[in-house]
Design a binder for this molecule. Structure first.
Ligand SMILES: *Cc1c(COP(=O)(O)O)cnc(C)c1O
Length: 436
């Protein structure tokens, strides 16, 4: 790999400077690994759970064990983790349609949700494709406050007006493609507590609090539905995510999960399958082994991705680029942004990441017009699993400030090499050098 001696030295400097943070990340990984192993032992995971089932999948012990293990790890009362969920958007669709009925209101309290959800919700208008709006579900949103907090005062005003039609309060943990801060688990649980306090004081049915947990799993010591018994914090009703991100550990071939309160998970099971059948059926098609192996790896894999993100922040801020979060800032997801400032910079960044990937390293990404996006998009994805973003990957829209959204890294070693290659390519394209 072509990486200059100066950049390799910068990488070594970053590793030294970030040593304390890396030790914290390893500690979180160890505690989460212990939680995973406890859940496996409790569920008596054994080789027979790996056996595939077909057809209805009745009596698929492995499927039920995966559901139980995942529920225990995430601290929910009930839930499921299944290969029949194809993506995060699909899992979110199942969860939202499970909870909402005609006339109900979904209130997003973290501003505009992730891009793919606009069609699901039917934001601004029904789309005739079976969106929530098509079924008479209304949607409202409240942006985060100036300081990046959930605005509970605004939630109270909305709840007073909406009263019993307020059915779902929706929280997106990760910043996604926005330039807002990611919420911590504690912030989310304080919001859940606040929402229920508001409902109690107004004498209305408490709404379900549902969380898009994508990219957040295992970055902290607990998940939003874990009941922390901390004053001022409460478990949320539903957490939702994808197995080709954090909790799949880079091992799951496909899948997603929904975990939460007994009632919320039951409703989601009816929506995933059908009312009456719920979670008692569904062939696992031989995926149980990969899903369990992925859960086993996930705390460690997420730690690799977190270290890679810190390294990217360190290296690129030393090279004079704006990064978010900062190199030593604490994180609650694995996303790192780097503002490259020019089209060549952004393309160079993606080309550098691609050239260090284990798959398709020989191809060179170029910007292209993607359906549903206003600007051209450039992306790097050299993954073993199609579209996997727990594997080192990045993308960015071709518009100022030419921001790369970077995430993943199955191993620290490959993550580090990827970041240094990205720096090398960006410097080559800009014709600039730097001083250590
Ligand atoms: C990735 C992501 C989704 C959607 O997941 P897909 O698997 O791409 O459908 C939703 N919300 C957030 C915050 C995400 O990061």
């Amino acid at each position: 790999m072509i990486i200059s001696e100066k950049l390799r030295a910068l990488g070594a400097e970053a590793e030294r400077e970030l040593g304390g943070i890396f030790a914290d990340i390893d500690r979180i990984s160890e505690i989460n690994t212990e939680k995973v192993l406890d859940a496996f032992r409790e569920a008596e995971i054994s080789e027979s759970h790996f056996a595939p089932s077909t057809g209805y999948g009745y009596g698929d012990r492995g499927r039920d064990a995966v559901d139980a293990v995942a529920t225990r790890i995430f601290g929910g009362e009930a839930g499921f983790m299944r290969p029949s969920i194809i993506s995060g958007t699909h899992a979110l669709t199942v969860g939202l349609f499970a909870l909402l009925r005609p006339g109900d209101v979904m209130l997003s309290v973290t501003g505009r949700p992730y891009d793919t959800l606009t069609d699901v919700i039917g934001i601004d208008c029904p789309n005739g494709d079976g969106s929530l709006a098509d079924f008479g579900v209304k949607y409202e949103e409240i942006p985060l406050s100036e300081s990046g907090e959930i605005d509970l005062a605004a939630v109270r005003v909305a709840a007073e007006r909406l009263r019993d039609s307020l059915r779902v309060v929706f929280i997106q943990r990760s910043k996604g493609y926005l330039s807002r801060p990611t919420l911590t688990v504690s912030q989310i649980r304080r919001a859940a507590h606040g929402v229920r306090e508001i409902a109690r004081s107004l004498g209305i049915e408490p709404p379900f609090v549902a969380v898009d947990n994508c990219y957040g799993e295992f970055t902290e010591l607990s998940e939003p539905c874990f009941d922390p018994s901390l004053p001022g914090e409460e478990a949320v009703d539903m957490v939702i995510g994808s197995l080709i991100k954090n909790p799949g550990g880079g091992m799951a071939d496909t899948g997603g999960y929904i975990i939460g309160s007994k009632r919320a998970a039951e409703l989601a099971g009816y929506r995933l399958c059908c009312p009456g059948v719920g979670l008692d059926a569904g062939a696992s098609l031989g995926q149980n082994r990969n899903i369990l192996k992925g859960l086993f790896y996930a705390p460690h894999t997420v730690a690799q991705a977190m270290k890679t993100a810190h390294l990217a922040a360190y290296v690129f801020s030393r090279l004079g680029y704006r990064v978010s979060p900062g190199p030593t800032e604490r994180r609650s997801d694995i996303i790192q942004t780097v503002d490259l400032g020019t089209p060549e910079g952004l393309v160079g960044f993606c080309q550098g990441i691609q050239s260090s990937s284990p798959v398709d390293a020989h191809v060179s990404p170029e910007p292209w017009a993607m359906p549903g996006y206003a600007d051209e998009v450039v992306m790097a994805a050299g993954a073993f699993t199609g579209g996997s973003s727990i594997e080192l990957s990045c993308d960015g829209p071709m518009r100022p400030p030419y921001t790369a959204f970077l995430q993943g890294g199955l191993t620290w070693e490959s993550g580090k090499l990827g970041i240094l290659r990205a720096a090398q390519t960006v410097l080559e394209k800009s014709g600039k050098d730097f001083d250590l």
